[in-house]
Ligand binder design. Structure first.
Ligand code: SF4
Ligand code: SF4
Length: 225
């Protein structure tokens, strides 16, 4: 009897709490920028693939979710600036646990993770993403491989130039992340600083009215007229 009443007590208590249910799928709340979602195989600014088929991502994967088969680039068919490229590349999302170890292992920043999380399917086959599905789309100025190297004579030229023009990986992520950090920290730290100043002002004014900090000029102290 007491146990039943206690259980109902928990239920009733929750009836008056603020609801946290997301109205998904009608409302899709954006994830944090560093959320580990579906992978992307990135491209250099001329469209060549960043993946060099080294298989380090596959070796790093604890769930054995990645399959890579490397192939040799030739002068007539070049897919990446290096010697090798990924002839075949697959990620099995029935196995992937989204740990991110593969993207840490990738030496070329070819493999990164997006924020996409809608990956459900009603059969296992559809959860195996092929290279074509994972490759970043061609953006303006990019050309569908195979084609010759357009940004330099060696792969080193590509990696040096990537510092300024990262193609479809690091740059976009970084600017998005910086914006998110700015949005979530600047306002918070400014609010905390102002709250601190207000507390300090209140205490000092009580004790020594003439020594209260002068907050004139602080935008937060502007009076609405
Ligand atoms: S995120 Fe983790 S589990 Fe998924 S493919 Fe990469 S290493 Fe494997
Ligand atoms: S994605 Fe990166 S680690 Fe994986 S095969 Fe390609 S270059 Fe190597």
């Amino acid at each position: 009897m007491f146990g039943t009443a206690k259980s109902f007590g928990v239920t009733f208590a929750h009836m008056f709490k603020k609801q946290v249910t997301e109205k998904y799928p009608e409302v899709r709340k954006p994830t944090a920028p560093r959320y580990h979602g579906r992978h992307i195989l990135n491209r250099h600014p001329d469209g060549l693939e960043k993946c060099v088929g080294c298989e380090l991502c596959a070796w790093a994967c604890p769930a054995d979710a990645i399959f890579v088969e490397g192939g040799n680039n030739t002068e007539h068919a070049r897919y990446s600036p290096g010697e090798r490229y990924a002839k075949d590349y697959q990620i099995n999302y029935a196995r992937c646990i989204f740990c991110g170890l593969c993207i840490e292992a990738c030496p070329t920043r070819s493999l990164t993770m997006s924020n996409e999380y809608e990956l459900a399917a009603d059969n296992r086959k559809d959860l195996i993403f092929t290279k074509e599905m994972l490759l970043a789309p061609l953006m303006e100025g990019m050309e569908q491989p195979p084609h010759p190297m357009r940004l330099g004579d060696s792969e080193k030229d590509y990696y040096v130039k990537a510092l300024d023009d990262p193609g479809t990986s690091v740059g976009a992520e970084r600017s998005q992340r910086e914006q998110w950090v700015a949005d979530h920290t600047a306002a918070d730290s400014e609010a905390a600083r102002l709250a601190e100043l207000r507390d300090e002002a209140a205490v000092t004014e009580d004790e020594h009215p003439s020594k209260a900090p002068n907050l004139a000029g602080d935008p937060s102290k502007e009076v609405k007229k």
